[in-house]
Design a protein around this ligand. Structure first.
Ligand SMILES: *[C@@H]1O[C@H](CO)[C@@H](O)[C@H](O)[C@H]1NC(C)=O
Ligand SMILES: *[C@@H]1O[C@H](CO)[C@@H](O)[C@H](O)[C@H]1NC(C)=O
Ligand SMILES: *[C@@H]1O[C@H](CO)[C@@H](O)[C@H](O)[C@H]1NC(C)=O
Ligand SMILES: [Fe+2]
Length: 489
């Protein structure tokens, strides 16, 4: 029949063209496994008497000061700190000029025990009604032991608002962690997206667990007191430790690191979303129920519908366990969440998914595996221009050391991977362009190693990037039986 013949020649033409085209871009698309090998400082925690953990001298002085976004759109912060000797007031004085605190806000105090460790008095104060794009000075504590800090509120949300985020994961409290933190602080980024595994306090036993949460809080204060860190929880926050009768998951984490989950109608501080500048940031919990009908699943389905790409063009997802990972460490641990949420990420055109967990760096191509199901036989990820880029930044430098063994050969979905410590920055320029950098810690120097321009997925029509993926998509639609990814080699 003439119809079939025309169809066949069209298919042949498409296949032939794509074969030549894909071969010509083969070098561009071959994944890179970096051969860089750095001298690693020993993966041991910095001793407690080191100055990076110094306790402020004055009696009952606030310590472990940290702030996070307090509402949906960035006009509020939650300010948290610990007092060690007595409760003291949960009060923040603040204002827009130094030493002139026109306003006060009151919050609440909490404390907890962990085995025989008694936490300090943990204060959380919600400060709202702030102006956008304004520097605020704040003061906490009383008398001689009062301490002063400042932060900058974000600009009002809008489609072309530039903003620079940092991304850090699996930080811990070693000399490598310190190097990551110092490099991050030189980056000029305004807010940290933290992808889980904070203190690694659960590597200790008995009372030392609580003590290492406290030391970590003092360690990161140099940054967390001055700009919000957006928290996602990792496995090291679970702290299920039946040998000492500690069986309530996330006890230390939840007492210490609040999140603005009520503002986005979430039912748990473990998963939530915020909008900041031109970004809508969704934080998921790898270690809370997420399968169909669970609260996290129901919440995410609604939150993704609330995303307004005309207001916040950039849709960013944070989670601890990576969905695409070609390291031997934690290989396929993200498969369960992939099976549940990947389709939504494609449908809603998520721009980028940041994860941690694997102590190395890896970036994927835009690929998806949503046609796979238990009876379909479509077992491999394929190029998908609607898919996010998946980036693993579990390379903060904690005491467990690097995940140095990548699977060989490098899978088609993996674009770049390197087992080194470092952090990333995402510098949003406008609704279409963001500059992404991964910065390796290179013995005291910060070296931008993996960089690319991230084109917005919603406003992608205004760019011509990744046309090779469009071509393979046409082929996939013409005949779903053809496995395009084999043509890439
Ligand atoms: C919290 O602090 C109060 C006041 O010092 C104390 O009475 C209480 O036992 C503490 N609770 C816990 C759980 O440590
Ligand atoms: C599973 O895959 C088969 C074959 O592609 C398809 O017909 C079916 O609808 C899929 N089922 C689900 C639940 O996705
Ligand atoms: C967005 O930013 C990019 C990179 O700076 C620039 O090339 C482009 O012209 C900008 N687009 C608009 C509409 O301003
Ligand atoms: Fe982890």
């Amino acid at each position: 029949m003439p119809g079939v013949t025309r169809m066949q020649s069209l298919l042949f033409l498409l296949l032939f063209t794509s074969f030549i085209f894909l071969n010509s871009v083969n070098n561009v698309n071959a994944g890179i496994t970096s051969v860089f090998i750095r001298d690693e400082w020993p993966s041991v925690d910095i001793p407690l008497d080191n100055e990076v953990f110094a306790v402020p001298n004055e009696h009952n002085a606030p310590q472990q000061v940290h702030i996070t976004q307090g509402d949906y759109d960035g006009k509020a912060v939650i300010i948290s700190w610990v007092t060690a000797d007595e409760p003291g007031p949960s009060k923040v004085q603040y204002g827009t000029s130094e030493k002139n605190y026109e306003f006060t806000a009151d919050g609440k105090m909490t404390n907890y025990t962990f085995y025989k460790y008694n936490s300090g008095y943990i204060h959380h104060v919600f400060v709202d009604g702030l102006e956008y794009d304004t520097k605020y000075y704040y003061k906490i504590g009383t008398g001689d032991s009062a301490r002063e800090f400042w932060f900058q509120t974000p600009p009002e949300i809008g489609p072309d608002v530039p903003y620079k985020f940092g991304i850090i994961g699996d930080l811990g409290q070693t000399y490598n962690s310190l190097s990551t933190l110092e490099h991050y602080m030189q980056s000029g980024a305004q807010t940290v997206l933290f992808v889980g595994d904070l203190a690694y306090a659960d590597r200790y036993q008995y009372n030392d667990v609580g003590i290492r949460w406290d030391s970590w809080g003092r360690f990161v204060e140099r940054s967390t007191a001055y700009q919000p860190w957006i928290w996602a929880a990792g496995n090291h926050e679970i702290e299920y430790m039946p040998y000492m009768d500690e069986v309530v998951p996330f006890k230390s984490y939840l007492h210490r690191y609040p999140t603005p989950y009520l503002a986005c109608k979430s039912s748990s501080p473990m998963w939530y979303a915020i909008r900041r500048a031109s970004a809508h940031i969704v934080v998921l919990s790898s270690y809370s129920p997420f399968v169909k009908y669970t609260p996290q699943w129901v919440w995410l389905s609604k939150e993704l519908k609330r995303v307004d790409r005309e207001k916040t063009p950039w849709l960013i997802v944070l989670m601890h366990v990576p969905i695409y990972n070609s390291n031997e460490a934690h290989f396929m641990e993200g498969e369960s969440m992939r099976a549940v949420f990947e389709e939504w990420f494609i449908h809603h055109k998520v721009d980028v998914v940041f994860a941690g967990h694997v102590h190395a760096y890896e970036r994927s191509y835009r690929i998806s595996n949503i046609r796979y199901n238990v009876s379909s036989g479509e077992r491999f990820p394929v190029p998908d221009k609607s898919a996010p880029v998946y980036i693993t930044v579990g390379d903060g430098g904690n005491q467990e050391g690097l995940a140095g063994r990548f699977r060989d050969p490098q899978p088609e979905y993996s674009a770049f991977r390197e087992a080194s410590y470092g952090h990333s920055t995402l510098e949003i320029r406008n609704r279409t362009h963001a500059f992404y950098h991964w910065n390796r810690n290179d013995d005291g120097k910060k070296v931008a190693t993996d960089s690319f321009v991230l084109h917005n997925q919603y406003w992608v029509g205004t760019t011509s990037s990744q046309s090779y993926v469009s071509l393979s998509m046409i082929l996939n639609m013409a005949n779903p039986g053809i496995r395009i990814n084999w043509l890439w080699h």
